[in-house]
Design a protein around this ligand. Structure first.
Ligand code: ZN
Length: 602
């Protein structure tokens, strides 16, 4: 009870001294919105226009979007995901208010906070130790490696890069006086083997003969390490190893370099996102300070929220063809869904940012960032490269490549604009295709489709066959064209007959252009939409057989009427002639069915 009361008393005194605006400003961007209030984007819900307000005099915040409100402590509780006493301590520290001796209400909270503080101390000591080792005689190989990567002494100091010596006990001996065995184990700085009887062996240094890159939290405190091997060959092990998850560190909750980059991110109003930590360091040290790294893994929602507090504009400098392309695309997809404005930086010759900046200079890199293309522009360009050519088939494929990206954009206006640009740049001049693309974008569909189609499956196959351009598939096209020429009667009942005839008579060029009639072109567009490959020869043959059957059946229906009419008129000669034709067609139909069944046999 006494302890709880002391927390409340202390909290009161902290609250009187703390400025809520200054505290919140360390997490999100705030703009002065009136005499006594500020506004910004709410960190607790997704939004694009600010509905989060902070009252400087009354010292509270309120979000008109999601309804959260409270005082400075409740803000810190929510945003840092900590207990109330922990929040009081954080605010006191931010405002330079000294802490009283007893500040925690429950023993568990006290223990947890003690452990975290101890782990921070251990990491600080480890970072210092690694820095010393890098300067020492054993660090020579590491210094050489770093010099080779273009890092000078100042850069090494800024990022507190260090060296873990080739020893199983150097760090352990250094830190063992600072904490008990359990705390040392929890730090993630050490490994241990499990004996066969289930007991644990002694701890030993996890990182050995590696260059050590500290990972910091947003306040710049070291919470983990990335370690790069200096060994080559079989002994080397993985090129990079990271600290395991600890009470301090969770991989998906940290953005590398955000502590150093955040001021610059707010000033430049965008963040430059690169993949590797080495890229990030290299770019930062050459004066581009708004750079952060994902460390090769895809963005998590937690990281998106970290970033959103500082900006919603991101320039992404990933290598689109690298092994990490999957993670990069996932990151871009998530940022798009979360409403970020994304630009894509592409570097000549597939260079990564580190090499590019060292080989071409910082001015060239700045120019590349300035020349970054909007994501839409970049994707359309990629669609054109993937599906080159002016044929309707290729254009539809390009559209279907783009639609999943368009669909992710949360705002209808942006989707509409993207669809418009895509139609323009892909040269889609068919009104039908344009409208289809626009609708798909509006309704967030991931492919273009037609709602109700008057086309039969057979017509689709024939239209697609006759629209073939690729010489490799000419056989299928010729099969359809020949049937159309030799058996025109078969096709008379088809809705798409004008388009089929126009396509069959086409010598070269775009199938869509061969069909002049607008309605017929729409039918062709439908047949081509969503097609992934031209029909095979046996698919066309099957369609032709079905058409023949249908033509015969149609003629048989006519004959039955005509025969009845001839009988009614007692025209025996005519009845006989028609009956013979009917018999012939019945036989032909039976043979066709028979052939169809034989074909179906294995
Ligand atoms: Zn809100």
């Amino acid at each position: 009870m006494l302890e709880s009361r002391s927390v409340t008393d202390f909290a009161q005194s902290v609250k009187q001294q703390a400025d809520i605006v200054k505290v919140i400003e360390q997490y999100i961007r705030l703009r002065k919105a009136g005499a006594v209030n500020y506004s910004g984007l709410c960190p607790f819900h997704k939004e694009k226009s600010p509905s989060f307000s902070v009252h400087a005099v009354r010292q509270f915040y309120h979000c008109f979007g999601c309804g959260v409100s409270g005082d400075v402590f409740s803000f810190v509780v929510k945003i840092e995901n900590v207990s109330f006493p922990e929040a009081v301590r954080i605010v006191a520290q931010k405002c330079g208010i000294p802490l009283p001796k007893k500040e925690y209400s429950s023993p568990e909270e006290a223990a947890e906070a003690r452990l975290r503080r101890k782990l921070l101390d251990l990491h600080e000591a480890a970072a210092t130790f690694f820095e010393e080792q890098l300067r020492g005689p054993e660090g020579a190989v590491a210094r050489e490696y770093l010099a080779g990567r273009g890092l000078n002494e100042q850069g090494i100091k800024t990022f507190r890069i260090g060296y873990a010596p080739e020893s199983f006990s150097a760090l352990r001996d250094k830190l063992s006086g600072m904490a008990d065995a359990e705390t040392l184990r929890a730090s993630g700085l050490f490994s241990q083997k499990e004996h066969e009887d289930g007991t644990m062996g002694p701890i030993y240094d996890r990182f050995r003969k590696r260059v050590m890159f500290p990972i910091c939290n947003e306040s710049g405190r070291v919470i983990a390490f990335t370690a790069r091997t200096l060994e080559t060959g079989e002994k080397a092990g993985p090129k990079y190893i990271n600290s395991p998850e600890t009470p301090l560190y969770s991989k998906g909750q940290v953005l590398f370099n955000l502590d150093k980059a955040r001021t610059s991110i707010r000033q430049t109003e965008f963040a430059l996102l690169v993949e590797g930590q080495m890229d990030c360091i290299s770019v930062f040290l050459r004066g581009i300070q708004n750079v952060i790294a994902t460390s090769g893994t895809a963005f998590t929602e937690h990281q998106v929220n970290l970033l959103r507090r500082h900006t919603s504009n991101v320039a992404v400098n990933f290598d689109p063809d690298a092994a990490g392309a999957n993670a990069a695309e996932k990151s871009i997809a998530l940022l798009t869904e979360e409403g970020f404005t994304i630009k894509i930086v592409t570097l000549d010759d597939g260079l990564d940012p580190d090499r590019y900046i060292r080989e071409r200079g910082v001015e060239a890199y700045v120019a590349a960032i300035r020349g970054a293309r909007r994501q839409a522009e970049y994707l359309i360009e990629r669609a054109r490269q993937l599906f080159p050519g002016a044929t309707a088939e290729q254009k539809v494929k390009a559209m279907n490549f783009l639609l999943p990206h368009i669909r992710r954009m949360p705002e209808a206006l942006a989707r509409g604009q993207f669809a418009h640009d895509a139609a323009q740049k892909l040269g889609i001049d068919s009104a039908v295709l344009r409208e289809e693309l626009r609708q798909a974008a509006l309704k967030r569909r991931d492919h273009v489709e037609m709602k109700t189609s008057p086309l039969t499956e057979v017509e689709r196959v024939l239209l697609r066959a006759l629209a073939i351009i690729d010489p490799e598939h000419q056989e299928a096209r010729q099969l359809a064209a020949r049937a159309l020429e030799q058996q025109p009667a078969w096709f008379e009942q088809l809705t798409a007959i004008p388009a089929l005839r126009a396509l069959a008579g086409r010598r070269a060029g775009d199938p869509m252009e061969a069909v002049e009639d607008e309605a017929q072109r729409a039918l062709l567009a439908q047949a081509l939409l969503g097609e992934t490959r031209p029909p095979a020869v046996d698919e066309v043959a099957g369609a032709l057989q079905q058409i023949e059957e249908e033509a015969i059946e149609h003629r048989l229906r006519e004959l039955r009427g005509q025969i009845a009419e001839a009988e009614r008129k007692s025209d025996m000669a005519e009845t006989l002639r028609l009956s013979q034709e009917k018999l012939r067609l019945d036989k032909a139909l039976r043979e066709l069915h028979q052939r169809g069944q034989d074909d179906g046999k294995p």
